[in-house]
Design a protein. Structure first.
Length: 438
């Protein structure tokens, strides 16, 4: 991932230094286990820990000749360990190191992403409670539907990211497995207890059946979860983009002093952050299909998955980390305009109350078909004539036979539409959801 969309803590997980450090720990812990089992001398295992070193530049130089990254690493390690290095990597195969390392890296990445989600959830909860009673129009198909509150909008997004956190926790558990099973995964040349030892030391679970690689359905699930999180990011980002449109302007990204919106038009205030998030979501989702395709490997292993993962594992996690942080900052400083929300709510002369009038007419004895026709013909006049919906209903003789003017006026109470907000907040935020504060 390019530096523009990268944050140092996540990027460092994918740096060669971290990767080779994990490789070293895998090999050294394996030596400890083999020493305990009497397979190698204890002093050899001790020497690996005491003398073990590596240099990224030296490994790269060796790999240019060997064309094999694990052999290059082991060669460089042996240059430091000396004669006892002949006991390193006993009975192991490259995938034991590579796949176990990838599991550790994805676990590390998941921990950062979980922290990102916690930060975003805290901001969404705070802003949802802040605007719990801020009435605005709800839209379906982009058209005014019925009143809601801006807090309810945010509560819905909070619930989505809360589900995302649960899914990511499960994906973290599923991806965190260790394979030290040797060629084709039979443990023919290495004791399964070595795998158990390394797994415990690296904070991983033992892979039940690893063939020669960890099964890629685990990785497919992990990156699918990242893709869903990215889609939830885009879902909120596109809401902000729509609300910031000039004709709507109910909410707006914070525009800092000195910030410029356009090289040509000095008046512009563009939703650049949420547009950027929409693009980043595409990058993360782009990893899902290759991850699914990586599940199907030849027999006990091939390396068709390897090149793909070397690209999309860093890119997807780095991009998602950046996107979650950017979205958190966007929502923290989001400008909200309740007056504009009210103006937009009033723009259609009360049409947002049409369903309540329809239901009242049916309760008063009118058939649903007749009630629908009566309400709709008056609603269409509002669209066409910019008239007031309540006035038209009061003048309609069919409606007047069933509902008085006062009864009709009472049906236009906004409070009717927000009476269950506490219930929904309690569902989203738990027992304190109805108290009015996080």
């Amino acid at each position: 991932m390019i530096p523009r969309y990268s944050r140092p803590e996540m990027t460092s997980i994918w740096e060669p230094e971290n990767r080779f450090r994990i490789w070293f720990e895998i090999e050294a812990h394996a030596c400890d286990a083999m020493a305990q089992l009497g397979v190698i001398p204890p002093e050899a295992a001790k020497a690996v820990w005491e003398r073990g070193r590596f240099e990224v530049e030296r490994i790269d130089a060796i790999e240019r000749e060997t064309r094999h990254d694990v052999i290059a690493f082991l060669t460089n390690l042996a240059e430091h360990v000396g004669e006892p290095a002949r006991f390193v990597h006993q009975g192991m195969t490259s995938s034991d190191v590579l796949d176990t390392c990838l599991a550790v890296q994805l676990k590390q990445a998941a921990d950062l992403l979980l922290a990102d989600l916690d930060g975003l959830l805290a901001v969404l909860q705070r802003r949802a409670f802040e605007h719990k009673a801020t009435v605005c129009v709800g839209r379906s198909h982009g058209i005014h539907a019925e009143p809601t509150t801006f807090g309810l909008k945010l509560a819905g997004h909070y619930a989505a990211f809360d589900r995302a956190r649960d899914r990511l926790r499960a994906a973290r558990t599923e991806i965190a497995t260790c394979a030290i099973s040797g060629a084709v995964g039979t443990f023919a040349n290495i004791d399964p207890r070595v795998e158990e030892h390394v797994a415990a030391k690296m904070g991983l679970a033992v892979e039940p059946v690893s063939t020669q690689v960890i099964p890629r359905d685990r990785h497919a699930m992990f990156f699918s979860v990242l893709g869903v999180i990215a889609s939830s990011i885009e879902n909120l980002a596109i809401e902000i983009r729509h609300l910031q449109r000039t004709e709507v302007r109910e909410a707006e990204e914070y525009f800092a002093p000195g910030q410029k919106g356009s090289s040509a038009m000095p008046h512009k205030r563009n939703p650049v952050l949420s547009e950027n998030l929409t693009g980043l979501a595409r990058i993360v989702r782009a990893a899902v299909t290759p991850a699914l395709e990586n599940v199907a490997l030849w027999h006990e292993r091939d390396i068709s998955h390897s090149s793909v993962e070397r690209v999309f594992a860093p890119d997807a996690t780095i991009a998602l980390d950046f996107a979650l942080a950017r979205l958190t900052g966007l929502m923290d400083k989001l400008l909200v305009y309740p007056e504009a929300m009210q103006r937009n709510l009033d723009r259609l002369g009360g049409l947002v109350h049409s369903q309540r009038v329809l239901l009242a007419l049916t309760q008063a004895g009118m058939s649903r078909e007749d009630a629908y026709q009566a309400v709709q013909r008056n609603a269409m006049r509002v669209w066409q004539e910019n008239a007031d919906f309540l006035d038209l209903l009061k003048q309609d003789t069919d409606v007047a036979r069933h509902l008085s003017a006062d009864e009709l006026t009472a049906l236009f109470d906004l409070g009717y539409h927000t009476k269950q907000v506490d219930t929904i907040f309690q569902r989203a935020f738990g027992p304190h959801g109805s108290t009015g504060s996080p």
